[in-house]
Design a protein around this ligand. Structure first.
Ligand SMILES: Cc1cc2nc3c(=O)[nH]c(=O)nc-3n(C[C@H](O)[C@H](O)[C@H](O)COP(=O)(O)OP(=O)(O)OC[C@H]3O[C@@H](n4cnc5c(N)ncnc54)[C@H](O)[C@@H]3O)c2cc1C
Length: 145
């Protein structure tokens, strides 16, 4: 097995192709890592969440790290690590925009279960929508030979 650095364009393809990421956040020197679904759009990572620990962490410290990977077997994998900043969407138009991006995959978990039309008020249990900037991106690939 050998390792190589991925080109920025290769990192970009992997981020666009995958849907599951590990989101790392940190508060008071305590790291916390959770899997999330995401969509890459407009040069950012878009996702959503109900209120909970990760949202509390990221509101407290918006500097986060995102890991995305794809492995064929233990000797062949690609992995990208992104360092960025959490930004929560507060305005209704921003939330609808983010929801529209995430709702592309309408079999998704919470957003897919929502039926929020353009002229309707959002339901009370609407998730928190957020984006993570991609300030630093590195990628490594393991090759079988
Ligand atoms: C493939 C996949 C995709 C997911 N996509 C999303 C998504 O897009 N958005 C989203 O909000 N959530 C997603 N989840 C669920 C997510 O991983 C969290 O479980 C959930 O969001 C709750 O996180 P929280 O920080 O609000 O935890 P809280 O509900 O506040 O949880 C409190 C405690 O519960 C424990 N806990 C929380 N989540 C997990 C977990 N997954 N495994 C083990 N222990 C846990 C931790 O110890 C945590 O401190 C996904 C999970 C998987 C497996």
């Amino acid at each position: 097995m050998r390792l190589r650095e991925m080109l920025p364009s290769e990192c970009s393809i992997l981020i666009s192709e995958q849907r599951v990421a590990r989101l790392g956040c940190c508060r008071d020197n305590q790291p916390y890592v959770v899997p999330i679904y995401y969509i890459r759009a407009e040069g950012q990572i878009f996702s959503f969440s109900m209120p909970g620990r990760k949202i509390e962490f990221m509101r407290s410290n918006p500097l986060v790290c995102v890991e995305i990977e794809h492995s064929t077997d233990q000797h062949r994998w690609k992995c990208v690590i992104i360092e960025g900043r959490y930004r929560e969407f507060h305005e209704g138009t921003e939330k609808k925009h983010a929801w529209g991006i995430l709702n592309v995959y309408n079999d998704w978990w919470e957003p897919g279960a929502l039926n929020w039309g353009a002229d309707e008020k959002p339901p009370g249990y609407l998730p928190i929508f957020f984006a993570i900037s991609m300030d630093k991106v590195t990628g490594r690939e393991a090759l079988a030979s």
